[in-house]
Design a protein around this ligand. Structure first.
Ligand code: SF4
Ligand code: SF4
Length: 336
């Protein structure tokens, strides 16, 4: 679909009639300098969230389009019921479990895998304190040519279909990996988008090396830019954590305006904002979501991000590394 220029977007009367009288930015904690756990805002049980009516409306419109219904709602998301946990725990070293988990995931449709020690801070504020020990993050890359067709409509479906295809792939990886772990005798629970589980996946993925948060509110990864989706497995299998990967995407964002200029509803801010005790890039929920809902998931900002172009992310990361080293050499501080 031709990308809309800046528009005076007005949500349709049907969507407007279902809007709650509260701000999603308030629920998200925009402007709050003190830490608190996230509150459920979207992609949860619609009965539990103030924006549940517009979420229901969005999903119903999506499923009315035959292509979407066939690919997503009737698509293969892997085993829907978890296998029973085997009666005895197989024993191995954490190093070997990490190796086996990553091999299994990469052989079962994942493109990237990372492991983080699970934090209760990443769980929603209505969850109890008992969380799994580890979270395994799984990344599946999107076809950028299809993503670049964003935004979608009822008749121009390429971008939203691709997102659905990849959410299903992420769901299959996480379901199969969770069942494999359960077969080793350990607790494992899969979670896949677009629905949110008990955990916000982005901070966990940042912690275990998926990349840095971009101005468009999504992760920028050094291999695939923002052209990927996440799923996860929560588990008690003994594992080891991966490290965060900061390669300069955050600094790049401070000098780039591409997603700001491309967002039709001005939802992307040029400055970081305090959100529940963290100063970070933040997308205006109240501006984004109505447009997101009417375009079957929008996606313009991740499609236009220079890091998302095929092959671009590794080149940009390398360029930043060389520049950093040049500057370090000039100041007599070498890191090679
Ligand atoms: S388009 Fe530019 S500013 Fe926006 S997230 Fe990508 S690199 Fe950052
Ligand atoms: S997804 Fe939201 S923030 Fe991104 S371009 Fe679309 S409306 Fe803007």
């Amino acid at each position: 679909m031709a990308r809309p220029a800046k528009i005076e977007f007005k949500p349709s009367p049907e969507q407007l009639a279902l809007m709650p009288d509260c701000s999603g930015n308030d629920i998200n904690g925009r402007g709050e300098s003190r830490f608190r756990r996230p509150s459920r805002v979207y992609w949860h049980n619609p009965s539990d969230i103030p924006h549940g009516a517009i979420q229901r409306w969005m999903v119903a419109r999506f499923n009315r389009v035959e292509d979407f219904k066939t690919v997503y709602a009737e698509g293969d998301r892997g085993p829907s019921n978890p296998d029973p946990i085997a009666g005895s725990e197989q024993q191995d070293s954490a190093q070997n479990w990490v190796k086996k988990v990553k091999e299994f995931a990469l052989q079962h449709e994942a493109d990237q895998v990372g492991i983080a020690a699970m934090k209760v801070d990443w769980t929603y504020d209505d969850c109890g304190p008992d969380v799994a020990t580890w979270i395994i993050l799984l990344g599946v890359e999107m076809d950028h040519a299809k993503l670049a067709c964003a935004p979608s409509s009822d008749t121009d479906t390429a971008s939203a279909l691709e997102v659905s295809v990849q959410y299903n792939r992420g769901a299959r990886v996480s379901a199969h990996l969770a069942n494999w772990i359960r077969g080793q005798g350990y607790h494992a629970e899969p979670h896949a988008g677009p629905w949110a589980g008990p955990v916000t996946l982005t901070p966990a993925a940042l912690a275990c090396g998926f990349g840095e948060l971009g101005k468009h509110g999504n992760i920028i990864n050094r291999q695939s830019g923002s052209s990927f989706r996440l799923s996860a497995v929560l588990t008690d299998l003994p594992l080891l954590a991966d490290e965060a990967d900061e390669f300069g995407a955050d600094g790049f964002c401070t000098r780039c305006q591409v997603c700001i200029n491309a967002c039709p509803v001005d939802a992307i801010s040029d400055t970081k904002q305090w959100v529940r005790g963290v100063e970070k890039w933040y997308v205006d929920f109240d501006k984004c979501i109505p447009y997101f809902n009417e375009t079957h998931g929008c996606g313009i900002c991740i499609a236009v991000c220079p890091w998302s172009r095929p092959g671009a992310a590794p080149r940009l990361a390398e360029k930043i590394r060389r520049r950093k080293n040049r500057l370090a050499q000039m100041s007599g501080d070498t890191h090679e």
